[in-house]
Design a protein around this ligand. Structure first.
Ligand SMILES: *Cc1c(COP(=O)(O)O)cnc(C)c1O
Length: 231
């Protein structure tokens, strides 16, 4: 199957999952997780109809962007971001989904102010409370959302999570449900510098469950591009 055919098949599954949950399929976006795929393949995904692209590594972003890989679609940063590489990302992407620690939040806000831009971000939540993973706890996110006015270089657009690797289908529903509740709670507060529009959760193996639990953006790599071959 071609990349475009894979995208069509995923869309059909997304739409079915949305309808089964009584949701409007139009409110759920498909983000192509493009890591380890070159500019030509990313281009195929854009032309194949994904809503946006998500890059994990700064180097890949810096290589593919000048080649026009994402043209016509927003590009997001979705990977671990080192503070010394923030200048290569801020102002160059439409959304940084993976703001996973206070130091990074401060650094992104300052970089955006220097550039005279407002950087849209999501807070990444360590929803499975896994010690080896980055991300805020739910309590930290609630506290931080109330203080977003202290970070005038950024605008908080929502939340992102990568739940634990599941053993069996449906295992992650409880984490997705927690994310939805956190998302709804923060949205209800109407804080300064916050507009909760994006709940980014669900990947190749579990995007239907994520949609059932309220995801507004799924990030799909393998199901679009095939297996990645790490060396
Ligand atoms: C790679 C990646 C994905 C997509 O994972 P697949 O299982 O290949 O669909 C989603 N989100 C992030 C942050 C990723 O790094």
């Amino acid at each position: 199957m071609s990349i475009a055919e894979n995208i069509q098949a995923i869309r059909a599954r997304m739409d079915a999952a949305a309808r089964a949950a009584g949701r409007d399929p139009g409110e759920i976006q498909l983000c192509a997780a493009t890591k380890m795929n070159d500019a030509a393949r990313v281009r195929e995904a854009v032309l194949g109809g994904v809503d946006c692209c998500g890059e994990n590594r700064v180097q890949e972003l810096s290589e593919k962007q000048p080649l026009g890989a994402y043209e016509g679609r927003p590009v997001h940063f979705i990977g671990h971001l080192q503070t010394n590489k923030v200048n290569k990302v801020v102002g160059k992407v439409d959304l940084i989904q993976s703001v996973d620690r206070l130091e990074l939040l401060e650094c992104v806000s300052k970089a955006a102010l220097r550039l005279g831009v407002r950087q849209d971000i999501l807070l990444e939540i360590n929803i499975g409370q896994e010690p080896q993973k980055g991300g805020f706890t739910e309590d930290e996110a609630r506290t931080l959302a109330a203080r977003m006015g202290d970070y005038p270089g950024v605008f908080l657009r929502g939340l992102m999570a990568i739940p634990p690797i599941s053993e069996k289908e449906g295992d992650n529903c409880k984490y997705f449900a927690k994310m939805r509740q956190l998302f709804i709670d923060i949205a209800a507060k109407k804080y300064d510098n916050v507009d909760m529009v994006c709940l980014s959760m669900g990947m190749s193996d579990d995007f239907e469950d994520a949609i059932a639990e309220g995801s507004t953006m799924v990030r799909v790599g393998t199901a679009i591009f095939g297996a990645r071959h790490y060396q």
